[in-house]
Design a protein around this ligand. Structure first.
Ligand code: NAP
Length: 246
């Protein structure tokens, strides 16, 4: 797989899965533009790790829940190499609670970041990619968006919404040479899952046929394939990267 001379926007690249995706795509030759909410130093580390592969890279503080921030990120991407060929909507948050305790704010924050944030970036990407008649978009959903999970009504709704947007975008823009797919990770070891108690993690690991918790790199490898030339005939799909969980 070769992504040389392409520019990828990967949201939320300061840590976890987003960082692994940035580094993987950089290792394949893509220039990387990423963003973060608060983790400026961590995002700089991602940029340095990408630059080690000889590509251009930058990180901006951009809240994906704000359309103007997302549009600015695409302007930065265009400055780097003139266009943006790859978008990975990775930035995401959880605000878990049982539904009777779930506040309006918990619901809105999760929808604004996970769902609206992906929409803003897909809209900005579509304008550039349609002109170029080429593009690769991968949206991070979750197995929770497919199967549901107690205590995650808001998160599941946002991630199910991401699947609906992915399949609709793929149908709308397939004729313009743009593919759009979703990756649905299972249980991956990152800050997002580190907050779970050890017993819960051990219990979840037992439900995984491949017998281990996933790594950010497991997810990044699937994303790298989907944004490559080799995945040219794959669109509107949801790929579970879950070790067979669920
Ligand atoms: P993480 O470790 O919590 O990292 C989240 C990343 O998103 C950070 O870079 C964070 O930046 C950024 N971010 C959060 N809110 C943002 C905002 N409003 N604007 C811009 N950036 C923002 O998460 P992760 O586990 O790597 O998850 C990455 C994606 O995979 C998410 O969409 C998540 O829902 C999905 N996923 C994860 C798992 C899992 O088991 N970990 C499973 C299924 C799906 P800061 O560092 O600045 O906060």
């Amino acid at each position: 797989m070769n992504l040389k001379d392409q520019t990828a926007i990967v949201t939320g690249g300061s840590r976890g899965i987003g960082r692994a995706i940035c580094i993987k795509l950089a290792s394949l030759g893509a220039n990387i533009v990423t963003c973060y909410a608060r983790g400026a130093e961590a995002a700089d580390e991602t940029v340095k790790a990408c630059e080690d592969y000889g590509v251009k890279s930058l990180a901006d503080q951009a809240y994906v829940s704000k359309a103007e921030d997302v549009d600015r990120l695409f302007e930065e991407g265009k400055k780097l190499t003139g266009s943006v060929e790859i978008l990975v909507n990775n930035a995401g948050i959880t605000r878990d609670n049982l539904i009777i305790r779930l506040t309006d704010e918990d619901f809105e924050q999760v929808m604004n970041t996970n769902l609206k944030g992906s929409f803003y970036a897909m809209r900005a990407a579509a304008k550039l990619m349609m002109r170029k008649r080429y593009g690769r978009i991968v949206n991070l959903s979750s197995i929770v968006g497919i199967y549901g999970n107690a205590g995650q009504v808001n998160y599941a709704a946002s991630k199910a919404g991401v699947i609906g947007m992915t399949r609709s975008f793929a149908r709308e823009l397939g004729s313009r040479g743009i593919t759009c797919n979703a990756v649905a990770p299972g249980f991956i070891r990152t800050d997002m899952t580190d907050i779970l108690p050890e017993e819960t993690k051990a219990e979840l690991a037992k439900q995984i046929p491949l017998g281990r918790i996933g790594t950010p790199e497991d997810v990044a490898n699937a994303v790298a394939f989907l944004v490559s030339e080799e995945a040219a005939y794959i669109t509107a799909q949801v790929i579970e990267v879950s070790g067979g969980m669920m």
